[in-house]
Design a protein around this ligand. Structure first.
Ligand code: NAI
Length: 306
């Protein structure tokens, strides 16, 4: 399998690596010399059921190609289980260099119909899961004085999307978590970055195709291979990314973007302080030309992938 040694001997834990984007991460990392813990609960897109054979088959594939990997079937949405997967990496390979928070589920529903269970399930896997696995790895990274976190986020959160309040909130939360980790752990040489991918996986297969517009979008997405996300992730796991932290990247087929982060856009101030009436009369008319439309991801990424 040894195509190169870009991440030679690094130990990487990839969550949700039994299929989709995570599977391609695991395979690309192993090909570049990393030893990989392939975690996957083996759940459905909705997060139901479990099946270790999904993670195991990726491990078998890596081993058959001469790489080094072990399977883990724990859930990221459980603090004890997150500690177990980190412990497995350290016990099996003696260290841990990179955590890729990639596991994910969807429970799409318009906000006004979303149940508390649908909200909690998605927050648990994406936001709590990213915290649990990252936090479990933090003492090792601190002690070792090095480490790289890579978190999968989404333009559903960074920009917006319909019917995904739970997922959007979780993913924007993960972006803030990443920035916080980058700042808090910089003193230990630990880095944290996000990737917002576009790729045709079973997760996107769950997208609604009711309207002609939705159908056209899904057809465009089908051209984006999951393996196209891996080169950036392998780079971020490597020592060559030593000065890259606190960033949000996006990958769409052959395009790689740096995403913007929140900054004040336009301001108004007054020596006397504001009243509701003066806000209405002076602030809003001044700011309105800069208001954001209710853009969805595809309104911003409105050209075909390259
Ligand atoms: P996928 O559904 O193919 O892969 C997700 C994997 O996570 C599955 O193998 C599943 O079994 C596993 N998983 C689910 N819950 C788990 C848990 N509690 N513990 C451990 N594993 C669990 O989806 P895909 O597309 O490969 O997504 C990977 C990541 O990228 C996700 O975080 C997703 O939100 C994100 N993403 C994907 C986009 C895309 O275009 N495919 C767009 C934006 C974000």
């Amino acid at each position: 399998m040894s195509a190169g040694g870009f991440v030679k001997d690094k130990v990487v834990l990839v969550t949700g690596a039994g299929g989709g984007i995570g599977r391609d991460f695991a395979i690309a990392l192993a090909r570049e010399g990393a030893r990989v813990v392939v975690n996957d609960l083996g759940a459905t897109v909705n997060g139901e059921g479990r099946d270790i054979s999904r993670a195991q088959s990726v491990v078998d594939e890596i081993k058959a190609a001469g790489g080094v990997a072990v399977a883990n079937g724990d859930s990221v949405a459980d603090w004890e289980a997150a500690n177990r997967m980190v412990a497995q990496a350290v016990e099996t390979f003696g260290r841990l260099d990179c955590v890729i928070n990639n596991a994910g589920i969807l429970r799409d529903r318009y906000f006004h119909n979303m149940s508390v269970d649908e909200w909690r399930a998605v927050i648990d896997v994406h936001l709590n899961g990213a915290f649990y696995v990252s936090r479990a790895a933090a003492p090792h990274f601190k002690e070792q004085q090095s480490g790289s976190y890579i978190h999968m986020v989404s333009t559903s959160g960074l920009i917006g999307n319909l019917g995904q309040a739970n997922y959007s909130a979780a993913k924007l939360g993960v972006a803030a978590l990443s920035k916080s980790i980058a700042m808090d752990m910089a003193r230990f040489n630990v880095r944290s970055n996000c990737i917002s991918p576009f790729a045709w996986s079973r997760m996107i297969g769950a997208m609604p195709t009711e309207t002609p517009e939705q159908k056209a979008r899904v057809e465009r997405l089908q051209k984006m291979e999951t393996s196209k996300i891996a080169p950036l992730a392998v780079f971020l796991a490597s020592d060559q990314a030593a000065d890259v932290s606190g960033q949000i990247f996006s990958v769409r087929a052959n395009e790689i973007f740096l995403m913007s982060q929140m900054r004040p856009l336009r301001g108004m101030h007054t020596a006397e302080g504001w009243t509701p009436q003066s806000v209405a009369e002076r602030v809003i008319p001044a700011l309105r030309p800069s208001f954001y439309k209710l853009d969805r991801s595809q309104d911003v990424f409105d050209w075909d992938p390259v």
